[in-house]
Write a protein that binds this ligand. Structure first.
Ligand code: ATP
Ligand code: AH0
Length: 365
């Protein structure tokens, strides 16, 4: 470890299962500065296996261990791409791992990973397993990004909402007086990706164009909205454990005649209204909503969130100086920095943990 370096690498591979977002960040003097960014897509076979491991299956212990090794190779490749942008020694690599189960109600969450192998491959200190300690303290272990959103985007005297739209959606309400609330809203892109994959063989709906070509099917939307998770009070978090293909197929029963493009329009609307409802229920005089994650590239979705909020300004976090696809990896770099400073990473008001906790575990270089 470099005791004095303020340079951290953050690696995030989220519920969309598309690959690894990496950033090299400099936190010198308490500032948050992105020095470099990289994206390493998952090889198709690793992606298939990580998808299969989202549910119970044959011989999963061994398969998980092998997938974790494959994942470490991808993480190491992402680090290799980032290192040339560094103008000094890197203090540590902070790595999220790949969520394959998230069951806080049962007292566990599992981000599969092999941080020991990553330390071996990179020769750097690696910090991993950021969620377990919060769950051990009675929290949800998620979302963790609200603390970073406050540090990066908070503005005294102004209420702002930051929405991450990855596979799952989550909001952070930055109230402008130091108070922060937040939780997972439900599906972000996960159901939309699933639907377009099934019908058009594409990984996602570029800019929401296919969704925009269809018409919202109101009875189907009502059926989709009839889900206990949406009514549950915070703290709450979710994942592919709940919002998966079987959930969608059960909701589609009786709507088999709906045109695929209309279903796409309806799934886009589902993500938009569940996010907008979550924001409205927070009862804050919101100045603007800033979107990050891949969903920020879906123009249809952004327009629909704005419309559902009665015209509140909705823009990407790029308007606040951080590209939307870098925010989560930067958040984990920052959580690594907090770990090294022995500072807490969680917000008990968000996760429901008994108290602030230092998050992560160190695998020395
Ligand atoms: N140009 C685009 N148009 C529409 N959607 C896009 C575009 N680019 C990315 N996306 C969506 O964003 C998703 C990836 O988002 P992101 O990388 O933020 O997710 P993640 O980090 O894996 O998920 P999570 O935040 O839930 O952990 C893609 O699967 C796709 O649905
Ligand atoms: C268990 C888990 O991996 N949760 C992710 C997921 O992706 C979005 C949402 O669900 C959020 O709760 C979380 O990720 C972000 C980075 C977080 O912890 O804030």
């Amino acid at each position: 470890m470099s005791e004095t370096s303020s340079l951290y690498i953050g690696l995030m591979s989220g519920t969309s299962l598309d690959g690894v977002d990496g950033v090299l960040a400099d936190f010198a003097g308490g500032a948050i500065r992105t020095v470099g960014a990289a994206f390493t897509p998952f090889p198709a076979e690793l992606r298939r296996e990580l998808m299969a491991l989202q549910g119970a299956s044959e011989n999963e212990l061994e398969r998980e261990a092998l997938a974790a090794n494959g994942l470490a190779l991808c993480y190491a490749e992402c680090v290799r791409q980032l290192l040339p942008s560094s103008d000094g020694p890197v203090a540590a690599v902070a790595v999220h791992g790949q969520t394959i189960r998230h069951r806080p109600e049962l007292g566990f969450t599992r981000q599969t990973n092999n941080p020991a192998l990553l330390a071996e491959l990179t020769g750097l200190d690696v910090i991993a397993d950021f969620r377990s300690r919060d769950i051990a303290a009675g929290g949800q272990g998620a979302p963790l990004v609200p603390a970073f959103h406050e540090a990066a985007f908070g503005k005294p005297g102004t209420a702002r909402v930051v929405v991450n739209i990855g596979g799952i959606g989550n909001i952070s309400v930055l109230r402008g007086d130091g108070r922060v609330t937040g939780f997972d809203t439900g599906p972000g892109n996960v159901l939309m990706d699933l639907w377009i994959g099934r019908h058009l063989g594409k990984p996602y709906d570029e800019d929401g164009a296919w969704g925009a070509s269809g018409r919202v099917h109101q009875p189907l939307l009502d059926a989709l909205l009839d889900e206990a998770y949406f009514r549950q009070p915070a703290p709450k978090s979710t994942g592919r454990d709940l919002f998966h293909d079987a959930w969608l197929d059960a909701k589609l029963k009786g709507f088999e005649d709906a045109a695929p493009s209309d279903v796409m329009a309806t799934l886009t609307r589902l993500t938009a209204v569940t996010i907008a409802d979550a924001i409205r229920n927070e009862d804050a005089q919101v100045d603007a909503v800033y979107v990050c994650g891949g969903g920020a590239c879906n123009g249809t979705l952004l327009r629909e969130i704005g419309a559902a909020l009665g015209g509140v300004r909705v823009e990407s976090t790029a308007a606040l100086g951080i590209a939307p696809n870098r925010v989560e990896a930067l958040a984990f770099a920052w959580l690594g920095y907090r770990f090294m400073q022995r500072q807490p990473g969680n917000l008990p008001a968000v996760t429901g943990a008994r108290g602030a906790r230092i998050l992560g575990a160190l695998y020395p270089a």
